[in-house]
Write a protein that binds this ligand. Structure first.
Ligand SMILES: Nc1nc(C(F)(F)F)ncc1COP(=O)(O)OP(=O)(O)O
Ligand SMILES: [Mg+2]
Length: 210
């Protein structure tokens, strides 16, 4: 199995504004519990900017390095390069994969947000290393959410012949993660399910079980 596919299993996505507690404490608990990938998504209302965003990113990357978990930066390619992140995650409007790949280099991970078969096939063609597919379910975390797709869109993408690592995203929690995996995902990406969990360890273990 390719190493990146394994890392998609429990993909924690978080920014300081997704947490009621210190984000470093939340991430350490999540890493300790076994999340397999982390994405720094400092975005939206109350998100840090400038030097604060950079410094928090550096601290969170340090934690990921200790656990040998990939550290991915959302949207901000310059920040990903500044932090020497393991990769970047971009949306349909965050610039094109080819120019981003040139900037960040071939050894880094480039993940792409997709919402349907057509976007998934294009992301594969343009050289994405993995794709996020969603939103699976309703989520209040992301304000500009597209129409909810449900896990069936992952099955359709697989039926279209896409073999790239796929992670579902959008409103996923311990009660619906299994159906996302059964639809053909290699993993689940979650924000609030972990960042706001009563018991982070228990939540991560249940997500791992699917
Ligand atoms: N951050 C993300 N991570 C994933 C991943 F694949 F990691 F699960 N999929 C999708 C997103 C959404 O990214 P965002 O920047 O909020 O919106 P957009 O896609 O419109 O750029
Ligand atoms: Mg984006």
């Amino acid at each position: 199995m390719n190493i990146l596919r394994k890392h998609m299993q429990v993909y924690f996505v978080m920014g300081s504004n997704n947490c009621d507690r210190n984000p470093e404490v939340v991430l350490k608990e999540a890493l300790e519990a076994g999340v397999t990938c982390f994405q720094y998504r400092e975005k939206g209302e109350g998100a840090k900017l400038g030097i604060e965003k950079l410094e928090l990113g550096a601290r969170l990357k340090e934690l990921c390095n200790e656990y040998e978990v990939p550290f991915i930066v959302n949207d901000d390619v310059e920040l990903a390069i500044q932090l020497d992140a393991d990769g970047v995650h971009i949306g349909q409007e965050d610039g094109n994969i080819t120019s981003i790949r040139e900037k960040i280099g071939n050894e880094k991970i480039v993940g792409v947000s997709t919402h349907n078969v057509e976007e998934a096939l294009r992301a594969v063609e343009l050289g994405a290393d993995y794709i996020g597919v969603g939103p699976m379910y309703f989520t209040s975390t992301k304000k500009d959410i597209e129409e909810v797709k449900g896990p069936s869109v992952i099955t359709a993408i697989r039926e279209a012949g896409v073999t790239l690592p796929i992670v579902g995203i959008g409103g996923i929690n311990i009660s619906n993660a299994k159906e996302v995996m059964e639809a053909g995902a290699d993993g689940v990406a979650v924000i609030s399910a972990i960042s706001k969990a009563e018991n982070v360890e228990e939540t991560v273990i249940k997500l791992q079980r699917g």
